[in-house]
Design a protein around this ligand. Structure first.
Ligand code: PDD
Length: 276
């Protein structure tokens, strides 16, 4: 497999990462995970807009323009003959001796690679289980940064409890999951946390909201609490890797019938058509 490192395509074994890379010391970097369907980058523009937001607010510059980046990522997909999978890319603030201030001279370091990955058809049918957990993250969850320790800890907490995922909450208001956004269905209408600084503005979340509106399903981008989730008819997560996956139980209690529900299924079908 070939990796993209700065401007070059390099075999993984040949790739040398500096111990002075600020991504390594501080998690001082930003990233994106794209879906690839049929050799094409899915919703690329949305990912680039989010990357530009992460770049602007962290002041981690992108090493080249978005059209150049797009061409490089397509070349990466092509060189690796990827049809179905993901592209991971990150940009760190660069290489400098460990010191907190932004280094005056560092150049950003870009690295990207792709992975084969089939669509999660089985879990989309069977669903996943979740446990609630306090959302202990900072107040800029809208930035897609490498600082994922809270996400990693939460995911492991879920696995240790025999569940697949966490549902994070702040003072009982449900925010999102460790690597996906979260939605519930009540009386045929969808509720999901507003896209503010407390959640990542998921690309899949956006697509699903647009598809729901097309299907005349009302979407409330408004806070809701654990109690409303527990008494919901359906719950599901959205994300680049999980697409639209039902959450059938939380803290050991079934949500609705404890299976893939009708609204979730309609959204899965609409998503499938949209992907093409
Ligand atoms: N995670 N919320 C969080 C905290 C995420 O990390 C992600 C994505 C999402 C869903 O966003 P999108 O629909 O744009 O993938 C929501 C990626 C896949 C990851 O870190 O692997």
């Amino acid at each position: 497999t070939l990796y993209l490192y700065q401007q070059d395509f390099i075999a993984k074994e040949q790739l040398a990462i500096s111990p002075d890379d600020r991504g390594y010391y501080f998690g001082d970097g930003i990233y994106e995970v794209f879906r690839v369907y049929k050799g094409e980058l899915f919703e690329a523009d949305g990912h680039y807009r989010r990357l530009e937001l992460s770049s602007a607010d962290t002041r981690i510059p992108l090493p080249y323009s978005i059209p150049e980046l797009h061409a490089k990522l397509l070349e990466l997909i092509h060189l690796n003959r990827l049809r179905e999978g993901t592209v991971y890319m990150q940009v760190t603030r660069g290489i400098a001796p460990r010191s907190h201030p932004y280094p005056a001279k560092a150049e950003p370091v870009l690295m990207a690679y792709c992975n084969e990955l089939k669509r999660p058809l089985q879990t989309m049918q069977k669903g996943i289980t979740a446990v609630t957990s306090a959302d202990i993250r900072w107040l800029r969850c809208d930035l897609k940064t490498l600082n994922l320790l809270p996400n990693v800890m939460a995911k492991q907490q879920a696995l240790d409890l025999g569940a697949n995922e966490v549902v994070w909450h702040r003072d009982r208001v449900v925010t999102e999951c460790s690597a996906s956004n979260f939605m519930i269905v009540r009386n045929g209408e969808i509720w999901t946390h507003p896209a503010n600084h407390l959640i990542l503005h998921g690309i899949t979340r956006d697509v699903v909201i647009r598809l729901a509106q097309k299907l005349h399903i009302q979407v409330h981008q408004a806070p809701f609490k654990i109690e409303e989730m527990m008494s919901a008819d359906e719950a599901f997560v959205t994300g680049t890797t999980v697409e639209v996956t039902p959450v059938i139980s939380v803290d050991g209690v079934y949500i609705g019938q404890g299976e893939l529900g009708p609204v979730t299924r309609r959204l899965q079908q609409a998503f499938e058509e949209y992907v093409g």
